[in-house]
Design a binder for this molecule. Structure first.
Ligand code: UDX
Length: 484
């Protein structure tokens, strides 16, 4: 009797979930939003960051204040196995991941079996873009594991369909002239998918490309996990979620995460002193641009931002600049300190030509900018967080995708959701000028109707009774039962 009672008491541990993001800004930001949503729901959360990223977080984002309200929340750190002086620059993410594959797996196992995480962790949520060592470990230790993907469902589904595309002869891609060839082997995308719309890691010219193995490994791992969390909503990507659920039945579409968290914080009447969760752990946010926007007419400004990773050549920078100047529209342009590949000073005559109409900033408060009445359009690289933020704000987009999931996101914005124009990989001042005028003048009413409706559906999905609200409740119920 006593043993039975003891085992029952031991069984009833309060659920604690470890959240383990890919050590890259766009991934950590989304996972922090998920961590706070779960904390608001009363789930104990351990956020496991690399030492390097955690130091950046503490320096740039007021995360300790942000999470002080949740007694069950804690940060833990783990080494990525690289020397302290390693740059860990954006283009070395693969090097960081390879190092973690070798050094982090045994350390994580020790933490889970006998270390700081032992006896408390009842579930692991890992960034599905990892090559899977955490999934292997969780399965070995019989700990429920859920994958979280920071990209769109349409991108994930393309990753799941790589074998189908190859079997149907859709890959490899045979040169630039092949880019407009149709890809008809992806269920749900048969009528509009071209080679140039595929996620860039799939656009290979050689089937032995190691990127394909990496994709096969991560998608296989997601199918082996106990669940898949996606930052999207049923009204936006329902048809694709239907296909994904044939392989991952427990797929929780709980996005748009930023809107979901904002609504839950408002309903929770969380302490108003709580800082708005910073979107940057690398750049200082310059809020002066909001004062400049205050003095601009409604919907007169095009906001230009290419996310935290995209880099531009000098030539591309000048093509965009001339296109913006010649469009005669007001513009707010994020010129990240590390964005232009070569050392580039913008010519004085161009600066003069834009003084009264253009405002440049190193890093903007993007959600506030997109929500500002003066902003009427968004020239974006189609990163998934930016795309969702534009959808929630009801701002039409011109899409200039750079890499990763961005090509398929831009195709959906232009061809499927009709929320803007897909400029794709052209960078020409005449095209930039024309697309800005199409978006802001010629086709303004057409886009106003579609963007207002999708913004309504996005907000409805995260509200009480909405699809993302209900999916999130199901996720919390699943995590709670892992403690039993
Ligand atoms: C990366 C990948 O590039 C992207 O394709 C993938 O979907 C997510 O991971 P990133 O390139 O940074 O993301 O783009 P995005 O997903 O749009 O995230 C950028 C974030 O930075 C957004 O939340 C945006 O609000 C924020 N941001 C960007 C700012 O706060 N200020 C800025 O000036 C620019």
């Amino acid at each position: 009797m006593e043993n039975q009672l003891k085992s029952e008491v031991q069984q009833e541990r309060p659920p604690r979930v470890v959240i383990f993001p890919l050590p890259a800004q766009g991934h950590v930001n989304s996972m922090l939003k998920l961590a706070e949503l779960l904390s608001l729901a009363g789930i104990n959360v351990t956020f496991l960051n690399t030492d390097h990223l955690h130091n950046l977080l503490l320096r740039h984002a007021d995360v300790e204040t942000q999470f002080a309200a949740y007694p069950g929340f804690e940060f833990k750190t783990i080494s990525d196995g690289l020397p302290d002086d390693h740059s860990r620059s954006t283009d070395s993410v693969m090097e960081v991941l390879n190092s973690m594959n070798v050094t982090t797996k045994p350390v994580l196992k020790e933490m889970l079996v006998s270390g700081v995480l032992s006896n408390s962790v009842t579930c692991i949520i890992v960034d599905g873009a990892f090559t899977g060592f955490a999934t292997d470990l969780a399965i070995e230790l019989d700990i429920p594991i859920i994958h979280f993907r920071t990209v769109s469902a349409c991108c994930i589904w393309n990753h799941f369909c790589v074998d189908r595309i190859i079997e149907a002869g859709g890959l490899p891609i045979r040169g630039k002239e092949d880019m407009d060839r149709e890809i008809t082997s992806v269920p749900g995308m048969e009528c509009f998918l071209r080679c140039r719309d595929l996620p860039s890691f799939i656009q290979v010219s050689d089937l032995s490309d190691p990127k394909l193995d990496q994709i096969a490994r991560t998608t296989n791992q997601s199918c082996r996990a106990n669940g898949l969390i996606l930052n999207t909503f049923e009204d936006l990507e329902g048809p694709i979620l239907f296909h994904i659920r044939t392989l991952c039945p427990k797929t929780y579409a709980i996005g748009p995460l930023h809107a979901h968290l904002k609504l839950k914080l408002a309903n929770n009447k969380t302490d108003s002193k709580r800082p708005v969760s910073s979107t940057s752990i690398l750049f200082e946010v310059d809020t002066n641009c909001l004062n400049w926007l205050d003095s601009q007419p409604p919907k007169s400004v095009i906001y230009v931002s290419f996310g935290s990773i995209t880099t531009l050549t000098r030539n591309a920078l000048m093509e965009f600049w001339h296109g913006l100047v010649n469009s005669n529209k007001r513009f707010l342009w994020v010129l990240r300190p590390d964005m232009v590949a070569e050392d580039t000073e913008v010519p004085a005559e161009l600066m003069a030509a834009t003084r009264e109409r253009g405002y440049m900033v190193g890093w903007a408060p993007q959600e506030e900018v997109l929500g500002h009445h003066a902003v009427g359009g968004f020239l974006t690289h189609s990163g998934w967080n930016s795309t969702l933020e534009s959808i929630v704000a009801g701002v039409p987009m011109i899409c200039w995708p750079y890499f990763a999931d961005q090509p398929i996101n831009s195709r959906y914005v232009g061809e499927v959701w009709k929320l803007g124009i897909d400029m794709k990989d052209v960078c020409d001042r005449k095209i930039v000028e024309k697309m800005i005028n199409d978006l802001m003048v010629e086709r303004r009413e057409e886009f106003e109707r579609s963007t207002v409706e999708m913004a309504r559906l996005a907000t409805e999905s995260v509200s009480l009774g909405g699809s993302s609200y209900r999916n999130f409740d199901q996720l919390v119920d699943y995590i709670r039962q892992t403690g039993r």
